[in-house]
Design a binder for this molecule. Structure first.
Ligand code: C5P
Length: 229
């Protein structure tokens, strides 16, 4: 039984930058656990919609955040199961409408507080790769391997469109770009846990990089920072 704190790699950045894909591949290569923190915010927004809870009713949203049962089952080949109260909602939570709701609930400090411990519980041996907006700044500030990914808004809209298409959701590039900009603005300007790199994060501009380039770079950093064999 190991008593040391589990190692954590944090991967933060704006929407559509490829955090999820990168984090999942890094976790899979290292054989570590993976936390998609954005999915928690998305599940909460989706659960509220299902329970007809208005996102402005903070007490009711907090009740949903406290009581919802969430289970992740990340398949290495990409077929993820994300269970909300026993039902797989992996596809349903990927719409831009749910993302907008997630960004709304995420701007409230009390709601973030409820989800904080839930996220920390994912830190388990042999290690965790956590992706989100505030993994390095708030949730795992003691991590010694923090990454912040960036890419132009145009490039992120293209990536998001490709991802949505794979899930069977078609959206125009213009609409996506507009939504990404609104979400970026809300995520970066909120007073609690705004989107910004931790002081000790390594910033990687991925605009002209492939996913494998980014994964390689993150793995190099992980090998530098941790005693991996
Ligand atoms: O990463 P993803 O697009 O799934 O996240 C959806 C929304 O959840 C983001 O726009 C952001 O507002 C919120 N979020 C957050 N903190 C995180 C992860 C996501 O505020 N750690």
């Amino acid at each position: 039984m190991t008593h040391t704190t589990p190692s954590v790699i944090t991967i933060d950045g704006p929407s559509g930058v490829g955090k999820g894909t990168t984090a999942k591949r890094v976790a899979s290569t290292l054989g570590w656990h993976f936390l998609d923190s954005g999915a928690l915010y998305r599940i909460l927004a989706y659960a509220c919609e299902r329970h007809e809870v208005s996102l402005d009713d903070i007490d009711a949203v907090i009740l949903v955040a406290t009581t919802m049962a969430v289970e992740f089952d990340f398949d290495r080949d990409g077929a993820d199961a994300i269970l909300l109260d026993g039902t797989d909602v992996a596809t349903q939570i990927r719409t831009e409408a749910v993302a907008a709701g997630a960004s709304m609930v995420a701007s409230n400090g009390a709601i973030r507080q409820v989800l904080l411990q839930r996220q920390r519980n994912f830190a388990m041996h042999p290690g965790l790769v956590a992706d989100g907006r505030d993994m390095g700044t708030v949730v795992f500030p003691e991590s010694s391997c923090k990454i912040f990914l960036t890419a132009t808004a145009d490039e992120r809209a293209i990536r998001r469109q490709r991802q949505l298409k794979e899930n069977g959701n078609g959206v125009s590039l213009r609409a996506l770009l507009a939504e990404i900009k609104v979400r970026d603005e809300r995520d970066a300007s909120r007073t609690v846990a705004p989107l910004k790199p931790a002081d000790d994060a390594v910033v990687i501009d991925t605009t002209h990089l492939s996913v494998s380039d980014v994964v390689t770079r993150v793995l190099e950093l992980a090998h530098e920072r941790f005693d991996l064999n």
